[in-house]
Structures are given as C-alpha cells and as structure tokens.
Design a protein around this ligand. Structure first.
Ligand code: SER
Length: 939
C-alpha cells in the first residue's frame, strides 16, 4: 500500500465519522501560503527543508487532504537563527500572508518571534524548538510538533537515578534552550533526590578555547556524571575537546540530549573515525515506533536524497526529519478541517501597527491572520497516524506518548540499550508494547541493557571522585583523654585505635573502591577536644572528614553530613545510690493501710454474710451468741488459708464462699509476690530521680568535659551555666559523685549512655536514674553532599546487618557488669531482721494465751482446789505443786469425760435432726461437737 493509499483510507474514515462538517466550495482558496523559517545552511536545516518539501509534494498530490487547495511554501532562511535578525526574517515571512510558519529552528528564535506570532495570530509549528518554557500560556501561538525537553530531562533524571548517581554536572549553551532545559533537569533530579552539583554554561557556539576553559573547571569538580545539552551545530566539538582533555577516560559518564543522536543520524553512514571522540557516550533520540508508514518514509527518503534534486546521498534522516514531515501533514489536516467547517482565510491590518504606519519600516505590509486562533485550535484537534506514530495533543498541548530511545556510542556506530517512555520509564522493550499494560514505574521494573562506558569498560562508573583527585583525605580524629576505648592514639605513632576506628576501617573495607586517607589527631592531649569544633574544621576545609565518638546533633548537622549512626547513645543521669534494706515490719508493706483495712473488713463481712445465710440450716453456725460470734470470726479468718472447717450447706452460702475464696486466692498470691520482691530485690534509692528532678533543684551537675552535653543542658534544658561542673575522667566523676554537693562534688552526672555503660561497669555505688532523655547516635562527619558519606552509610548498615558492628562493640565495650557475686548472694539470702516483727507478734500471742490459760486455771484452783489440797494434809511447796498438777490432770479427765458425754448427746441429737434435715454432714457434726467441747472446756 502506498503512502497516498494509506492517506486516502484514513481520510475516508475521518469523513465517515466527522459530524456536521460544513463546506462551502466558494470560500476554499486554491492556494495557501505556508512559511518555513529555518537555517537551511545547517545540516538540520537541510534535512528539514527536504522533509517539508517532500511532505508538501505528498499533500498536494493527495486528493484526500485539501483536495481543492494546494500548499505553497515560502522559505525564509533564518541566517543566524537568533535574535534581531530572526525578528526581521519572521516579519518578512508574515508579510507574504502565511497562515502558519513551520519553524523556527531554535528555542531562542522561538522566544522572540512568538511575540510577533501572538500579535499577528500566525501559528508557529516547530519540532526543533524544544525548550519547555515555550509551552507557557505566554505563547499560545507556539505549537510544538515534537516532544518537549521536559520529557527528555525526565528521561535523563531517570537514567541518573537508575545508575544510582546522586549528582551531575550540567554543561550547556547559555541560551534559552540550554538554561531552561537545565532548569527542567534540576527539577526532575530533585524529584528523585538527585541534583545538579555544578552548572557549566558556555557561550552558544563556543570556540575550542572557550570549551576547554569550561571543561577544565568540570574536571576539577567532584562529580563525574556530565549531562551535555547543546545544539547539533557545536555539541560534538565539546566531546572532541573533552577527549583531548582526557575526559573520555574510565570513570567519566557523558549523557547527551538529542543533539548528538541527530548529528549521528544526519551524518550516517558515519566515517570510521567520526565516533572516535565519543566512545561510551549515552545519547537520547526521540522515539518513532516501527510501522509500515515509517519504513515507507525511510525508503522514500533514500530515494529523495540519492536521486532527487537535492540528491547527493549524504543527507541522513533523523527523527526531526520525520517530525518535519508529520508537521506539514498535521497542518494540512487542520486546514482541511478548517475549510470543511466553512471557514475562510482573511487578513486585516493591525490597528496598533497602523498607528505607526508611515514610518520607514513598512510595517503596514504585515497583517493579522483573522482566523489564526481558529486554525490554532484545529491544529490542536488533529488526530492522525503520521510517520512518527499517533499524532495527537493532550490537554496540556503536548504530543501524546512521548518516548526516547537510549543509545550508546560503541565503535563506529551506536547500540540501543533501551527506551524511556513517559508511561513506564526505562525499559528494554519498545514502549508501544507496554501501553496496553498498566503503567509500572517501580524501580524493579526499570531495565536497560549493559552499557559500554568511556574508557572501554562495562563496569558502571562510581560517578564521583575525591576532590582534588590524588590527594589523601585528611580525617580529623579527636585525641581523647578519657574513655579511650572509643578512640585513642597509639602511643608514639600517628595511628589510632578503638571502637570508632574499627567501625570506620570495617566500613571502608566494604567500599568497592579504595579510599586514600590519613588520620590527623585533633586536640592537645590534656583535655578532651570539642567535637563541635572538629566538625567546624571540616567546613573550613582543614579536614576532609572526621571520625570518632562524634554525636550527631542538630547544630552539627547544619554544618556537615553524617553517616548513619553506628551506635545509639542518648543522654542519661547518673547519681550515687544507697541500698534500702527491708525491716522487721516489711510484711506490712505489700498492702497499703487502706488495703489492709478493706481486706480485714471484707473478711468480717463475708463471715457475717455466710453466717446469716447458713445459721438457720447449718448446726455449724448455731449455738450460744458467743459461740456464733466466735464461729463467724474463726470462719472468716480461716478462709485466708482455705482452712475453714465449717461446712456451708445453703446454695447462697456456697456461692458467696466460692467468690470469696477466689478473691482470697488473688489477694494471697499478690501478697506473696509483692513481699518476695520487697525482701529479695535490691532497692536502690537516690534523692535524684531523673532529669526533671535535676532541673527543679539548684545543685551542681557534672558533665563530660569537651562534650556537647554542656551546650545541650544550657540551651535545650535551660540549666544555669553556673551549676555545670566539667569532669575529665571517670575517676574524677566518681569522686565528685561520691562527695556530693555537700563536700564540693556534684549531685548528679549527665552523659551519653555509651560512656556511662563503661563507667558503671566497675562502679556499683552509682546508677542511672530516670529515663534516657535524648535519642542520639554517633556518626562519621563529611562535608555537605559528600558521596562518601552515602557509601559509608550503606557500609555501616551492612556491618549492622551482618553482625560485625556487634562484634566490634563486644570487642571494645563489653566489660563485666557491676556485680560482685558475694554481694549478690548476700542480697538474695533473707535475714532475721526482715522477720523479727513476725516472730515477736507470734511469741507475744503465745505468751498472752499461756498467761490467760494460767490465770483461768488459777482462778478455778482458787475456787475448788484449797479444800482438796487441805484434805491431802500436805503443806510443803513441792507437794503443793504436785497437788496442783494432779488437780489439773483431774480437771482434764473431767473435761474429757464431758466431751465423751457431749459426743454421745450430739449423736443422738443428730439422729433426731436427720429426720427433718439430711443436709448436715458428718464433718459438720463433729465440728459442731467440737464447738461444744470448746464451750465445755471454758466452763
Ligand atoms: N560524644 C561527645 C560529643 O560528640 C563527646 O565526645 O561531643
């Protein structure tokens, strides 16, 4: 199927579905003027001219588009394609009553002539002016018929992110195209937490010398990822200078915008040494999906360039040529629709321009295209399948489905390493195959083929180098005088050791590249240096980094970048503590007096309730009032040990008892647990309870000399400076704490937990009081945006995950906790002093009971005994005692015989009771009997 046949079919379909088309043949002109403003002496200009002419030829010979109208091209050379001359050239074109202008070639010209287009209402259709800011509302008559650079910059930002670089250098022509393109790149990089670290603008069409000056600056910068955004006319020269400066070597990354692919395509087939200066460069090319129409156009292009009137066979076709061809067709479709709706083309004088008529500028020749705005709308409504694929605008005035090919210059040609589309980002399959699937921009779905980088390597460049390449990094290390396990200088050498140093060395070992560094001690060796000052020296370029026990604080993060923390270390308060021993009345402590009182009341209450519920049915709760009172008391309190012997026979009684026994169970176990802990766990006491009690007191507070703690306590907590006492060493700290404020010491000591753990490991008289009140950590400090800090952070996380960090910690910091075994044992063994109160109560009870018993017996003896004693006729002391004892024995016999008798009575009583009630148990009977025995004994 030929190109014309395809178009005829499409128009037929369009005709079928377009409703309400009006056509008044009398108003349709036979000729429509279209201007073309390009620099035809440039390679791009030549290609555009060829493509546009071919398109006009095809439109004019196609009966399905503009059947009654022929397009006529007015070619205007944009000699310098910028500035004032372009304005004059545009005006000249518009004086020929063009309905639209194809062009201009550059964004710079587009910016200036868009103002004229606005005034004269002539649409500008450009596929090479890709500056994103041209799409602004300021320029409604500028219509881009290719992809905006905003998509190209998104693609580059995605590439940078894909290869995990964080910073790039932007090299660009300092014009509207370059500046605004880099603005868009900066925005897109920022969205991916990357940035342009250095902008290197160049004069447009810079000379080799100017380019050299700029690239020397670029070579001194830290980043090695260079984004080059210039024009086809002089961009390749930048790469050639870079090659001569050794900037196409291993470690460099060059990403270029579409100018390079255009240059390569137009100069194709390339001479063998054409790509010598650009080996390993990555370039973007606007993507045109494969189609029959595209294949047809490529063969047509070959025909034109080899046999046509321009044919010398050296003009390659770039995607800009394809978009040039489609631009003419889009305009033709728009005009077609414009005429079909009965519109006419009319021009009129601009009243504002008319006012300045009569001058020497002949501005009266320039007229307003009255229906320009209507044609502009028709262009945005075009929906056709062109050589470039679907040609249709979205609501923002951008072509739909923007996509790029990512190519890699290798050998004498290029290799496609993937695609980028606004739909799914980077992929190795053509974007059109993905449009039918849901969009997926997850990092796992981003893919590219391996890249051949500058320096003939396939290994991904790191993307940055140490500043002032080759010089060793000067790493400042604090010369600590205390807690030297963390970091200390090896005596007589310039080497350092300690926990922090081991962490740093292990992390550096995990980096995939060598880090040249030397440690430089910081501090006088007499006192601990201030880490804040050490960090400040990084900003003053005295040190390139700092390694040590450097706490990450807000103040410091404002100056430098820290790695991830490799140890957590918040601030804590340490104070002297005394052991509080349990005393003889400790058994009261588990419950408060109120608890004791309520418990006791409940015992009585439950006893009374059970008595009420039982005494009608249950003999155990019967008897004389006194007996019943005793039963209630005895019953209540014996439930404490589940030792009550009285049976409960009523359902209500049983219910109450069941609940109560459960309560007793809980109370008992709680009491036991609480008492155990009171008696066995060491109770430490200190008047200082934590940071809050320190804030509220006026006593002196110690802190580690040189530490950020001082600033923190003054500025954040608001403690008066006069209360703070600097303490250099753990020994000094221990003495100050022991002396206390009374003897010129301190009430408490505030420091980071990491140091305190070491401090307390051998000092049991002190303890952390209260909570850790900050959540700090230690990190290594680097200059702002240092990529080494990022890589070391990753390495530290790896150390944490593989357990090495813990092993290093254990090697340096795992010391015996504060426990002397003897002391511990002593604490666990209970002493008499905790219990003598109990024994005293019990002993007193025994004594009182015995005394009462003695008094009762004596009283009985005095009632009955003397006569019996007299009758025995023995008056000596020992015989009196014997007589008294035999009296007691006799009494016991009497009691026993009474008990026996009572038992028998009880049995007969029970057998009579059983007739009426069978619920009294044997146990109940025996208990009832024993109650009676008790009362008998008392008689
Ligand atoms: N870690 C504390 C600080 O960084 C003491 O060295 O200030």
């Amino acid at each position: 199927m030929t190109r014309v046949e395809i178009m005829v079919l499409m128009v037929l379909f369009e005709g079928l579905f377009s409703a309400g088309a009006l056509s008044d043949n009398s108003t349709i002109p036979a000729l429509v003027n279209i201007g073309v403003l390009y620099s035809f002496n440039t390679s791009v200009g030549k290609m555009v001219k060829t493509a546009v002419e071919a398109a006009v030829e095809d439109v004019n010979s196609d009966p399905s588009i503009l059947p009654q109208t022929k397009l006529k091209l007015s070619m205007q050379e944009d000699t310098k394609y910028r500035g004032f001359l372009s304005i004059a050239e545009a005006l000249q074109l518009m004086a020929t009553q063009t309905v639209a202008i194809i062009g201009p070639q550059t964004s710079t010209t587009a910016h200036v002539i868009s103002h004229i287009a606005n005034e004269l209402q002539v649409p500008l259709l450009s596929f090479t002016a890709t500056d994103p800011t041209l799409s602004s509302l300021q320029f409604p008559f500028f219509i881009r018929t290719a992809f905006s650079d905003v998509y190209e910059m998104t693609a580059i930002a995605d590439l940078v992110n894909y290869f995990q670089w964080r910073e790039v250098i932007a090299v660009y022509g300092d014009d509207d195209h370059g500046r605004n393109g880099m603005g868009a790149l900066g925005d897109k990089l920022a969205e991916r937490r990357c940035k342009i670290s250095f902008k290197a603008p160049m004069t447009p069409e810079a000379t080799r010398e100017e380019i050299t000056d700029v690239l020397v600056q670029v070579a001194l910068a830290e980043s090695r990822v260079i984004v080059l955004h210039t024009s086809t006319a002089w961009g390749p020269k930048v790469l050639s200078v870079a090659k001569s400066l050794g900037m196409m070597e291993n470690g460099y990354v060059w990403i270029t915008t579409t100018f390079l692919s255009t240059w390569l395509d137009i100069h194709s087939p390339l001479s063998p040494d054409a790509t010598n200066d650009m080996q390993g460069v990555i370039a973007l090319r606007m993507y045109v999906p494969d189609s029959k129409l595209k294949r047809w156009f490529i063969s047509r292009w070959t025909n034109i360039t080899t046999s046509g009137k321009n044919g010398n066979g050296t003009l390659g076709l770039s995607t800009y040529g394809i978009f040039a061809y489609d631009t003419v067709f889009a305009l033709a479709h728009a005009l077609d629709a414009f005429f079909k709706r009965g519109n006419q083309i009319t021009f009129s004088h601009d009243p504002k321009l008319s006012q300045i008529r009569g001058d020497n500028m002949h501005l009266d020749a320039v007229k307003i295209f009255n229906e320009g705005n209507l044609l502009r709308k028709h262009i945005y409504e075009v929906n056709m399948t062109g050589v470039s694929g679907l040609f249709k605008y979205d609501s923002d005035g951008n072509l739909v489905n923007p996509a790029y090919e990512i190519i890699n210059v290798i050998g004498t040609g290029t290799r496609r390493i993937g695609y980028w589309s606004n739909y799914t980002g980077l992929s190795i399959v053509p974007p059109e195959t993905l449009y039918s699937k849901p969009p997926n921009r997850s990092s796992a779905s981003q893919n590219l083929l391996p890249v051949f980088w500058p320096g003939e390597t396939t290994q991904k460049p790191r993307g940055w180098v140490f500043p002032n390449n080759g010089r060793m990094l000067k790493i400042g290390v604090p010369k600590r005088v205390s807690y030297r396990d963390f970091v200390s200088q090896v005596q007589g050498t310039d080497m350092f050791k300690g926990f922090c140093i081991d962490v740093f060395l292990s992390a550096v070992n995990l980096l995939p590249y060598a880090v040249p560094y030397k440690f430089v001690p910081y501090g006088d060796g007499d006192s601990n240096p201030s880490n804040t000052e050490l960090v400040r020296l990084i900003t003053a370029d005295v040190f390139d980094a700092a390694v040590g026990d450097i706490t990450i604080t807000t103040e410091r993060t404002k100056m430098v970048d820290f790695t991830q923390p490799y140890i957590e270390s918040g601030l804590v308060v340490v104070a002297s503590v005394k052991k509080t021993d349990s005393n003889a009345w400790a058994f009261f402590k588990p419950f408060t007096p109120m608890m004791w009182a309520v418990t006791a009341i409940f015992f009585l209450l439950v006893g009374a309730v059970v008595w009420i519920l039982e005494h009608r049915l249950n003999d155990d709760f019967r008897g004389t009032p006194k007996q019943q009172m005793v039963t209630i008391l005895w019953f209540s309190f014996s439930t404490m040990f589940f030792a009550h012997r009285e049976n409960t026979v009523s359902s209500l009684g049983r219910f109450v008892l069941l609940i109560w026994l459960f309560v007793v169970l809980i109370i008992n176990s709680s009491y036991t647990a609480s008492l155990t802990s009171i008696l066995t766990v060491q109770q430490l006491s200190s008047p200082v309870k934590g940071i809050d009690s320190l804030i509220n007191s006026k006593e002196p507070i110690g802190y580690l000399q040189g530490s950020f703690t001082r600033t923190y306590l003054i500025e954040e907590i608001g403690i008066d400076e006069s209360r703070l006492v600097p303490l250099k060493t753990p020994e000094e700290t221990a003495t100050a704490l022991k002396n206390g404020p009374q003897k010129g010491g301190v009430a408490a000591y505030v420091d980071e937990r990491a140091y305190i753990e070491l401090f307390l490991s051998s000092r049991c008289d002190f303890s952390i009081v209260g909570q850790e009140f900050t959540r700090n950590g230690w990190g290594f400090a680097f200059p702002r945006d240092s990529p080494l800090a990022v890589d070391l952070s990753t390495a530290i996380l790896e150390l944490a995950e593989n357990g090495d960090l813990q092993r290093i910690h254990d090697k340096w910091l795992l010391s015996s906790a504060c426990l002397s075994q003897g002391a511990k044992l002593e604490v666990d063994r209970l002493k008499l002093r905790s219990f003598w109160g109990l024994y005293l109560v019990c002993g007193l009870a025994c004594v009182i009971a015995l005394l009462i018993y003695l008094i009762q017996t004596m009283r009985q003896y005095s009632k009955h005994g003397p006569e019996e004693l007299e009758s025995s006729g023995n008056g000596s002391g020992s015989s009196r005692l014997r007589t008294f004892l035999s009296f007691v024995d006799e009494k016991e016999e009497i009691v026993k015989s009474r008990v026996k008798r009572k038992k028998i009575e009880g049995m007969s009583y029970r057998s009579t009771r059983e007739v009426g009630s069978s619920i009294t148990s044997n146990k109940g009977f025996s208990q009832a009997s024993s109650n009676r025995i008790d009362s008998a004994t008392e008689i």
